[in-house]
Design a protein around this ligand. Structure first.
Ligand code: PLP
Length: 441
């Protein structure tokens, strides 16, 4: 009896211990499985399986980010040298912008434009002050802002210039990038962006970028606007010939044609000026703005113009449910405040010069050109850039090729000089590997 009791106790202890171990093993398995489930690889697989393949992202998963650094689920860290195509001029999660968002989250986030909201007027005031324009029309994405500018120009053409409605023409540039809507891809010269989306919108003419004579020749009595990027970002950081914008301004004024500057990518200090048009002291009739306007936190875009142009809009003639929402406005107000207070244009100009000099020291025979303004820099190669991009990423710097042979480097403007040095060492090592004959990463 005593022995039995003793045995029972013994086996019971063993059982408890065995159960405990098997429980631990199960927990460990679950943990391992969940780790595997959330690994970069599994996330990429799920994304590719369930999402439309309208992008071809690099094999990096960003799980968290701060300033100009991003981290993947495995804890690898990278410098962000794309900055969400210049939407992250302030870096990731700028503490003051996040604080402004949190504050607004505790008040009201969405009202629609059926009612006034308490933040929109201040957003207008800040953006009017930055652009020197009298009025603002808020939207959400860059493409919507471009669409808004096109609608403004067509309506202005019909209502103010006196062009017969339906005959308005807008001149655009070769190799432009203004977004992805049907109207915008109608005048894209990139076959990949256009293919299969017909019928295309009429009313657009294309002239070579940088060619003022072609611009003037294309103008007729129905021309209402010329739409141009002061620097073509997506085309491969193409800086037009000096004097181009100034001459384009003169031509537009002479022929009573609106000059629309798409500063979605170049605006808000990216190029070393608040707006890239400032390089030639040019004032466009309409600014098209987006990306960094949202402080890297919210999508918000806008056009800014004077009343004689903006007053073509009447209630119901244009709008957006989310355009001008209080959360995006609060974030944007803070972002614009920081831009001016901390002199971001100067920061971008000085750091850009420093970064560009460092990049010029990278030794690789395949680099044929390094160009850009401020912290919008393109490194053009004599060969397709994707293999180099892979190596640069492997070395710890996120960048992407644009138009096959150019790698764009556009870090957050908050990047420090020490970080530029460190990132350049990594870029140098990625390019040097190739000289040593090492395979692509
Ligand atoms: N305009 C320019 C110059 C751009 O670079 C972009 C995007 O890269 C857009 C418009 C479109 O902006 P979004 O992607 O926010 O629609």
């Amino acid at each position: 009896m005593v022995k039995d009791q003793c045995d029972a106790g013994f086996y019971c202890k063993i059982n408890i211990r065995t159960n405990y171990i098997s429980d631990l093993r199960t927990k460990q398995n679950v943990l391992e499985r969940s780790c595997r489930m959330n690994s970069s690889q599994s996330i990429i697989e799920k994304t590719l399986k369930l999402g439309a393949h309208n992008y071809h992202p690099k094999d990096v998963v960003i799980e968290r980010a701060e300033g100009c650094m991003v981290y993947d689920p495995e804890g690898r860290q990278y410098y962000d040298m794309l900055s969400a195509y210049s939407a992250l001029n302030f870096g990731h999660r700028h503490p003051e912008i996040i604080a402004a968002a949190i504050d607004q989250l505790g008040k009201v986030t969405l009202t629609s434009r059926a009612f006034h909201n308490a933040v929109l007027a201040d957003f207008y005031e800040k953006l009017c002050a930055l652009t020197g324009k009298e009025r603002v029309l808020p939207m959400n994405t860059g493409a919507e802002a471009v669409e808004t500018a096109l609608k403004t120009a067509r309506r202005w053409g019909a209502m103010v210039k006196g062009v017969e409605n339906g005959k308005q023409e807008i001149i655009t540039c070769s190799n432009n990038f203004h977004g992805r809507t049907i109207a915008i891809v109608s005048f894209s010269t990139d076959p990949v962006a256009r293919e299969g989306y017909g019928p295309y919108c009429p009313g657009f003419k294309t002239v070579p970028y940088g060619d003022v004579s072609a611009l003037e020749s294309a103008i007729n009595e129905n021309t209402v606007a010329f739409l141009v990027e002061p620097i073509q970002g997506e085309a491969g950081v193409i800086v037009p010939p000096e004097g181009y914008l100034k001459k384009a301004r003169e031509i537009c004024t002479k022929h009573n044609v609106l000059l629309i500057a798409d500063e979605v990518q170049t605006g808000f200090a990216r190029t070393g000026r608040m707006f890239a048009c400032e390089f030639e002291q040019v004032e466009p009739d309409i600014y098209v703005l987006g990306k960094a306007l949202g402080g890297g936190v919210m999508p918000i875009s806008a056009i800014a113009a004077d009343s004689d142009i903006m007053d073509v809009f009447t209630p119901g003639s244009h709008g957006s449910t989310f355009g001008g929402n209080p959360l995006a406005c609060a974030v944007s107000i803070k972002a614009m405040e920081i831009l001016v207070r901390d002199d971001y244009p100067k920061m971008a100009e000085e750091k850009g010069r420093y970064f560009m000099n460092k990049l010029r020291q990278v030794k690789n025979d395949q680099i044929v050109d390094i160009r850009g303004k401020g912290l919008l820099i393109g490194v053009e190669l004599s060969v397709p850039a994707d293999e180099y991009v892979k190596k640069v990423i492997k070395a710890g710097v996120l960048a992407k090729e644009t138009h096959e042979r150019t790698i764009r480097f556009a870090p957050p403007i908050v990047i420090s000089y020490a970080e530029i040095d460190d990132a350049c060492r990594k870029i140098q090592s990625a390019f040097a590997q190739d000289r040593a004959g090492a395979g692509a990463g």
